[in-house]
Design a protein around this ligand. Structure first.
Ligand code: ZN
Length: 147
């Protein structure tokens, strides 16, 4: 049996206890809502994009430790990234948490979330913020769900 507790490493617990960038952003900004019905994770994501650069990122919501930590780490990483870099990071992160192959990319703090690949239902928790981020970048107003 896989040990779910091993998934909740200290970094994840720390980000869940004190999420970074946890606040609403007053617009002008790009905003999207995400919902993962399997777990009940909900989040609102805010991005401030100027000249194709993410100058600020924040979120609010309620969810499990995995979804909160993922959103917390993601918003930290996005700040200062070009939009094209943010999209590449989405692809790299998606590969990290879904791929059965060994890590090829060193994604820094995001590596702590690689363990979710052994728990398919948890992959949706880890990727919710990322799908929501992509929707915010594309300026889609619709609700994002993982279903
Ligand atoms: Zn969850």
């Amino acid at each position: 049996m896989l040990d779910l507790k091993a998934l909740y490493q200290e970094v994840i617990l720390d980000h869940n206890r004190s999420p970074r960038n946890y606040h609403e952003m007053h617009c002008p900004c790009q905003h999207a809502e995400g919902y993962n019905p399997l777990c009940g994770d909900k989040l609102s994501l805010f991005l401030k994009i100027e000249d194709e650069v993410v100058v600020d990122a924040s979120f609010v919501g309620s969810g499990c430790a995995i979804s909160t930590a993922s959103a917390s780490i993601m918003t930290d990483l996005l700040k200062g990234k070009q939009v094209v870099e943010a999209k590449k990071l989405f692809n790299d992160f998606h590969a990290l948490v879904t791929s059965e192959t060994k890590d090829k990319n060193d994604l820094g703090k995001l590596n702590v979330l690689a363990g979710v690949r052994q728990f398919p239902s948890r992959v949706k928790c880890a990727t919710l913020a990322w799908h929501t981020m992509m929707a915010a970048i594309e300026k889609k107003k619709s609700l994002v769900t993982t279903e």
